[in-house]
Design a protein around this ligand. Sequence first.
Ligand code: ADP
Ligand code: MG
Length: 393
Amino acid sequence: MVHKMDKASIQQEYEQTFGVAPERVFFSPGRINLIGEHTDYNGGHVFPSAISLGTYGAVSAREDTTVRLYSANLADAGMLTFDVNDLEFSKDFGWGNYPKGMLYELKKTGLSFDHGFDLYVHGNLPDGSGLSSSASLELLVGVIAKKLFDLDVSQMDLVYAGQQVENDYIGLNSGIMDQFAIGMGKKDQAMFLDTNTMEYEYYPVDLGNNVVLIMNSNKSHDLASSKYNERRSQCEEALARIQTKVDVKSLGDLSKEEFDEAAYLINDDTLIRRARHAVFENQRTIAAKQALDDHDLTRFGHLISASHISLEYDYEVSVPELDVLASTAWSQPGVLGARIIGGGFGGCAIAIVDRDQVETVKQVIGDKYLQQFGHAADFYVAEIADGTHEVTD
Ligand code: ADP
Ligand code: MG
């Protein structure tokens, strides 16, 4: 179940750890994505929102150059310590690489840090759940650094630095969606982002009487990163083969028809399916936004379910747990659509569910899931929230 947290509780926890009250408290959300999965590194569209589950950070500046980190979520790791002038990655530094990596990437852009800080972290995003706790932590540290060191950086600069942490520092070839959604989120808004141009618009999440139900498989996506990198290189290879005859910048530039005509150039069944997901998912995302514009929630829901099918068969990033969550949801009255969110291989799915039927839907899916896998799934109704910020009230 989700741990309830607020400013007072995190201040108290900081004090128990460091012996004095913290100077400042920050909050960084997790994210959901309505539709547009694995499109963000293929020049396609995404449609994410920040959510009210996330990561709190309480912090005080230090006079020396030491940084001390403690996470209530990973208490076994104990207190981690490094110097702001020594920001190299080290494997055995565990979760501390995310905060350290954020400082490293900011320093690479010419910024400097003349003192350290004590940071206490406590999140209520379920672990390894595909709601992007890693990007939540990166942006948390980014915004803290901006405020503590009075850095001349925009929220978008921090978004890009967060992606660099994943790509270059940690080694996960992810796209820009997670950091963008978390850094730029606004309460009750989704963001329709074209990752080719980085143009975006805020879009009120108006699903009528429906809510976004997050369904956590409680199966950690531990092995996802190597598969993630493999999917990305498969898409790059497919694109390169198309580019031998077609003048196109990214898979996101192609219509379904253009892809069908060019697919023979790829000449490999697996690569064709990977690229087809990227192209069709992008088109589904554009169509889903249009469906919301037309107030056609039924069509919106069908597109979301079609996204799951494509992720299951063409992109092959699903697992039986996520298939059972989604397909049981599809069979329930009051469910408009359901699909995997995030990288896949575990973590969460979402369903768009009639508010009045949420309890029944949770019950039916929960029972079926427990019966089939012998462990429970968890359910949370997503609250669409603001991006990473200082908690001032
Ligand atoms: P996710 O889909 O949640 O982003 P990742 O595997 O990308 O999953 O990132 C999870 C990792 O991020 C954790 O293993 C840990 O290293 C780090 N992390 C995220 N949240 C926290 C936290 N609250 N405290 C410490 N580390 C965290
Ligand atoms: Mg992550």
